[in-house]
Design a protein around this ligand. Structure first.
Ligand code: MRU
Length: 353
């Protein structure tokens, strides 16, 4: 077993949250202090932190920080609803944010029902957020364990966006599977889509792979089809931002095109995600809200303009991959290998319609 280094993108000290500023990577590893809930909301909105599970975890800490602010200032705890709303309005697509805030909200209301002391409410709120963080870490390790079995001893794996330690509490989902496979001694070469326009692949995934010493090639997004046709890819593995009841998967823009290419070339297409990424209330992918970000992210690369100012640009941040293009979804509770509504309902013992 080879040694894989631990990388954690956030830490909590004295009721303050510190996060790696992902806007500065790979050039600089800068830690940013977030000491009020508005700063936390801005950090999510402006993508200082990003990645579905991490957005959920950071949102949970943001809520705890917000409750502490209310209590410290002697304000009405009824304002907690507003804090939740501000955090929810940061990014719409990843369900983990809503899931984590829902859980924090329920815990908060339980504490109020039990008329806990205000100091205890603060402590318990941070404890709940820490629990969410820790559970995510264990979920990732478990996803890694289940997922690595699917990869051959020697595999060339294509991935998209960043699904590693930086997108989670640590380790990662899709990249976590790759980490686990390397830890098992498998010979993995990773093909990393640069992931235009935000370059999560080039800036973040490549950085993590360098950190781990895992062999990889950075490729332009448009190279994927050519590499598949040449027989250079054995598997595709991606993460998810929201998975609906029928198994459709919202993930970083470009994922859908990869799934079509993988199907055409008979290459397994895996999705790795914790169960907190499933949204069983939503039946199909068409009903997922897809975030649209600014034109500037497309028309610029860093500070440099790469398009005429007059051009209009479209910037959907995510797309939806239909269940029928997915070979299997790897979760911390096991693998869903027939991705359809019936099997997902069975897997979750879901009794709704
Ligand atoms: O816009 P981002 O960087 O937050 O998008 C991230 C992704 O699309 C990831 O693939 C997804 O969140 C899974 S992360 C484990």
């Amino acid at each position: 077993m080879s040694r894989i280094k631990d990388l954690r993108p956030i830490k909590v000290r004295d009721y303050k949250l510190y996060v790696i500023n992902q806007l500065k990577l790979p050039v600089e590893t800068e830690w940013v202090e977030l000491s009020n809930y508005q700063e936390v909301a801005d950090a999510i909105r402006n993508m200082i932190v990003r990645g579905a599970p991490l957005i959920g975890i950071v949102g949970a800490f943001g809520f705890a920080i917000g409750i502490k602010e209310l209590i410290d200032k002697g304000e009405d705890l009824g304002k907690a609803k507003e804090i939740k709303k501000v955090l929810e309005q940061t990014r719409p697509t990843a369900v983990n944010l809503f899931w984590a805030l829902g859980r924090m909200w329920n815990r908060f209301n339980k504490l109020l029902e039990n008329s806990e002391q205000r100091e205890d409410i603060i402590r318990q709120m941070f404890k709940e957020a820490e629990k969410i963080e820790l559970e995510d870490y264990h979920a990732n390790k478990s996803i890694g364990g289940y997922g690595q079995v699917l990869l051959p001893e020697k595999a060339r794996v294509l991935t998209h966006c960043n699904t590693g330690a930086l997108a989670t509490s640590g380790w990662g989902t899709a990249l976590g599977v790759i980490r686990s496979a390397c830890e098992e001694g498998k010979e993995i070469t990773v093909y990393v889509d640069e992931t235009r326009p935000y370059l999560q692949g080039a800036r973040l995934t490549a950085w993590e792979l360098v950190y781990e010493g895992i062999p990889h090639y950075l490729i332009t997004d448009s190279s994927a089809g050519f590499l598949m046709k040449k027989g250079m890819i054995d598997a595709v593995i991606v993460g998810a931002d929201r998975i609906t009841r029928n198994g459709d998967v919202a993930n970083k823009i470009g994922t859908y095109a990869l799934s079509v290419l993988a199907k055409e070339h008979n290459i397994p297409f895996y999705v790795a995600a914790p169960t907190s990424t499933f949204d069983l209330k939503i039946r199909r992918g068409e009903d997922i809200i897809i975030e649209e970000r600014s034109e500037e992210e497309v028309k610029k690369c860093g500070d440099c303009s790469i398009a005429p100012g007059e051009s209009k640009a479209l910037n959907y941040s995510f797309d939806v991959t239909p269940a029928s293009n997915i070979t299997a979804i790897i979760t911390e509770r096991g693998i869903i290998s027939h991705v359809n509504e019936e099997h997902i309902k069975q897997f979750f013992k879901y009794k709704g319609e």
